[in-house]
Write a protein that binds this ligand. Structure first.
Ligand SMILES: Nc1ncnc2c1ncn2[C@@H]1O[C@H](COP(=O)(O)OP(=O)(O)O)[C@@H](O)[C@H]1O
Ligand SMILES: CCCC(=O)OP(=O)(O)O
Length: 367
């Protein structure tokens, strides 16, 4: 028997689970978490017990015996900027991901769960292409204040997987292409992939870039500072407001693209205007990156859950179609990318990355 792997992919609105045996897909399941449940928790890590028991219930239903897994694999977490690759989850990695310095996201719960299951069953826990990468152009790391550095904290795993899938389908080499990839899920990130490196991207977790289903994106700074000091919100509540309770949900109380689409079809003008505004901001971000790339854009790729939504995709195409050909890759390839990344290491085809060493080289802890 080959390597049986359990993959855990925690998104802001869902937990996706998958099992592979070697490169063979066994099953995948998506648990959509009701907004009423998720919004009870102020801190993401407070969802640990809720998400763990949801995972254990599914595994029980599927008749999975946890001791049969060769490794537990999770997307995430929000660690120090390090090169891409397959990393063993270490205590240092968990500590950094839960420090909040590099972004806060439910995938940090996934890393902790994978690690805890690994400890319990005596198996390693891994992650692949963590969300924080260190390939930004130097100019792109400037924020405008020396004490604030821009970092790339985003859906790196799916960005790379979809960009490489596109390249393989087009018969071109990822390392020779200049692409703009817009990942549009619970959060939105728009990145410049230039010859195999991600050179600029909005921080999808920290009030940067376009607004998304449940994130505020970039805000007018003066007004934001005033709101922070208005005594309306605690620091924790403000952080959750920009990442978790901002964007579409703050405007119209909805985070499900399908539901928003139905409201628009039923004539809801507020839902329509908020969607048009989100599309406007995503298009503007794509335009900004095309200037950063000096107009040398081979293709624009729209991906993740919202790329299924033709209404949104059409709004985007109307504004960005003149820049470069637009390709739509709905959904994401994260479970498979996690499995294949770990298999390359277990089969000895690729060297396992050492997070503690890479993080020490980068040393972004002073951020
Ligand atoms: N056919 C569709 N039309 C509109 N929105 C969709 C469709 N399919 C999925 N979505 C939306 O995509 C979002 C989830 O995207 P996903 O990439 O899975 O995000 P996350 O990993 O952050 O949960 C949800 O809001 C969901 O409603
Ligand atoms: C840490 C991953 C970045 C992210 O925002 O992912 P989701 O959009 O899946 O929530």
């Amino acid at each position: 028997m080959g390597y049986r792997l359990l993959m855990i992919n925690m998104g802001s609105t869902s937990t996706k689970l998958g099992v592979y045996e070697d490169t063979n897909f066994v099953w995948q399941e998506t648990l959509s978490h009701p907004r009423e449940v998720i919004s009870q928790y102020l801190k993401f890590m407070d969802q640990y017990d809720y998400r763990m028991s949801a995972i254990l219930d599914v595994l029980k239903e599927k008749g999975e015996e946890l001791s049969t897994f060769a490794a537990f694999v999770s997307r995430g977490g929000t660690v120090q900027p390090v090169p891409g690759g397959t990393y063993r989850i270490t205590e240092k990695m968990l500590e950094d991901s839960q420090s909040g310095k590099f972004g806060d996201h439910p995938c940090n719960i996934g890393g902790q769960i994978a690690y805890d299951l690994g400890e319990k069953y005596g198996k390693p826990a891994f992650t692949v292409d963590p969300p924080v990468c260190n390939e930004m152009w130097e100019e792109a790391t400037y924020s405008g204040l020396p004490e604030i550095q821009r970092i790339a904290s985003f859906q790196q795993l799916n960005h790379r997987a979809i960009a490489k899938k596109y390249c393989s389908e087009q018969g071109v080499n990822y390392d020779e292409q200049n692409l703009i990839v817009a990942h549009m899920g619970g959060g939105v990130s728009v990145a410049a992939h230039c010859q195999g490196k991600i050179r600029d991207v909005n921080n999808a977790l920290a009030g940067d870039g376009p607004f998304a289903l449940e994130r505020s994106g970039g805000l007018p700074v003066g007004s934001l500072i005033n709101l922070c000091y208005s005594n309306q919100y605690t620091q924790e509540e403000m952080l959750r407001r920009v990442n978790g309770r901002g964007g579409m949900v703050a405007y119209i109380g909805l985070v499900d693209g399908r539901e928003i689409g139905k409201r628009i079809d039923a004539g809801d003008k507020e839902a329509e205007m908020a969607t048009r505004a989100m599309a406007y901001q995503i298009a503007k971000e794509i335009g900004a990156l095309s200037a950063a790339m000096k107009g040398q854009v081979d293709g624009i790729i729209l991906t993740a859950g919202l790329a299924y939504w033709t209404y949104l995709v059409d709004l985007l195409k109307e504004r960005i179609g003149f820049l470069a050909p637009v390709y739509v890759y709905p959904g994401e390839n994260e479970i498979e990318s996690l499995a294949f990344g770990v298999l390359r290491v277990l089969n000895g085809e690729e060297q396992e990355m050492n997070y503690d060493q890479e993080a020490a080289k980068e040393d972004h802890l002073g951020l």
